[in-house]
Ligand binder design. Structure first.
Ligand code: ADP
Length: 153
């Protein structure tokens, strides 16, 4: 069974994350979407809210499991028996950042491979940060979030 962990803050999940997950479903038997609780990032939405958004997006989808974890991502992979960490790439900045983490993770736990998926061109400018900025300023975020969340976030 091919199991992947898609880790992130998901503050909130965007159409870009959603797109990566839909495309990744052809490659894995199960994907855990995991909110890492050790992030030093200041979040706009609480952990409970972010988990609820994810549950709403993937309700009834047997291939996707929503979860949260503390500590090192690679250690959590061992716990859930995930052989892969899935990450999305939007730019060369994402790549440089992700490459370092992937290389260190490989040293720490060699049996876990990090796989990158290049984002769809339509979503390369979409980020949780932009969604939050628009939301804070009273703008319309509906085109940047998964359909099931329109009117909820
Ligand atoms: P983190 O705090 O770990 O960066 P995020 O929730 O911001 O978590 O992102 C989780 C993953 O989704 C990362 O691999 C990130 O590069 C990817 N991602 C973010 N936005 C997009 C997008 N628009 N298209 C594709 N991948 C994306």
């Amino acid at each position: 069974m091919r199991i992947a962990l898609f880790p992130g803050s998901f503050d909130p999940i965007t159409i870009g994350h959603f797109d990566i997950l839909q495309r990744a479903k052809t490659m894995f038997d199960r994907i855990y979407v995991g909110i890492g609780k050790n992030s030093s990032k200041q979040c706009m939405f609480t952990l409970e809210e972010r988990m609820a958004f994810l549950h709403t997006c993937f309700e009834g989808d047997a291939q996707i499991s929503i979860t949260q974890y503390e500590g090192l991502t690679v250690n959590y992979c061992k716990q859930i028996e995930a052989q892969f960490i899935l990450r999305g790439l939007r730019s060369d900045t994402d790549f440089e950042y992700e490459k370092n983490i992937a290389q260190i993770n490989k040293e720490v736990v060699p049996e876990v491979e990090t796989l990158f998926m290049v984002c769809s061109p339509a979503y390369s400018a979409v980020s949780s940060t932009i969604v939050k900025d628009i939301k804070r300023n009273g703008g319309d975020i509906s085109r940047y979030i998964p359909k099931p969340l329109i009117g909820i976030i």
